[in-house]
Design a protein around this ligand. Structure first.
Ligand code: NAP
Length: 250
């Protein structure tokens, strides 16, 4: 097998793959042969465009709508994948949102909406695929957290808590699944140019980034592809890899 088709015959689910980082991850995994499940919540047209882009390049993909914040919707998504594909080899928990506000004035609803998708959604998806991956004795789970989950951020208590939670979940799942051939890792992006950050680029933020510019979705996709690749990353589990232009160094 050529190195360009490392994931040939494998199925990868990418949550929130209609735009931004998830889209770049879907395109990148398909380039190395994975059949990609392009999950979306509200943008069917954008998700179908991602599928078309993948197919135009000779790759395999299909789109499935599911609200990742909803347990029943996630379980239906995983059942639908297993009807179409014989295995689930890679799960990328990417779907995420922000609802910023100072803690003192933060609405309970904004707290819960962010936790429900960014943290509970990662739990729902991980639990739902774990049965299949345990059966296969093989799997890669890659969670998109954030440097905000490592350092906190004023105005993002809900988002920071959700992303710190994902790191705890990643390490616990890595320990539970290690003996069964399943690795679980997290990628912590800094500022990446997507819809989520389109109004944020300012001189003060750029000054805090040693490399001096926002990252691209492809920068994150490259790291995810590495973490999905056999044997390159087979001995890495329970880790958080920062892709942040040097913003947070510890
Ligand atoms: P984005 O451009 O806003 O895209 C968000 C994606 O999530 C879309 O595909 C959206 O689908 C999907 N989504 C939203 N709600 C969903 C739900 N309930 N169920 C399923 N899918 C849902 O965001 P992004 O910047 O690419 O961020 C992707 C991930 O990276 C997030 O977890 C984010 O927290 C993390 N991250 C981003 C940055 C950054 O600087 N951009 C930094 C650190 C971490 P629809 O189009 O259908 O709504």
């Amino acid at each position: 097998m050529t190195s360009s088709k490392l994931l040939e015959g494998q199925t990868a689910i990418v949550t929130g793959a209609s735009r931004g980082i998830g889209k770049a991850i879907a395109l990148s995994l398909s380039e190395v042969g994975a059949e990609v499940v392009v999950n979306y919540a509200q943008s069917p047209q954008k998700a179908e465009e991602v599928v078309s882009q993948i197919r135009e390049k000779g790759g395999k993909a299909y789109a499935i709508q599911a609200n990742i914040a909803d347990e029943a919707s996630v379980n239906t998504l995983i059942s639908q994948v297993l009807e179409k594909s014989k295995s689930i080899d890679v799960l990328v928990n990417n779907a995420g949102i922000t609802k910023d506000g100072l803690l003192m004035r933060m609405k309970t609803e904004d707290w819960q909406t962010v936790i429900n998708l960014n943290l509970n959604g990662v739990f729902f998806c991980t639990r739902a695929v774990s049965r299949q991956m345990l059966k296969q004795k093989k799997g890669r789970i890659i969670n998109i957290t954030s440097v905000v989950g490592l350092m906190g951020n004023a105005g993002q208590a809900n988002y920071a808590a959700s992303k710190s939670g994902v790191i705890g979940l990643t390490r616990s799942a890595a320990k539970e699944f290690a003996s069964r051939g399943i690795t679980v890792n997290a990628v912590a992006p800094g500022f990446i140019s997507t819809d989520m950050t389109k109004d944020l680029e300012s001189e003060s933020i750029l000054k805090a980034i040693p490399l001096g510019h926002f990252g691209t979705p492809e920068n994150i996709a490259g790291t995810v592809r590495f973490l999905a690749s056999e044997p390159a990353s087979a001995y890495i589990t329970g880790q958080v890899i920062q892709v942040d232009g040097g913003m947070v160094m510890s």
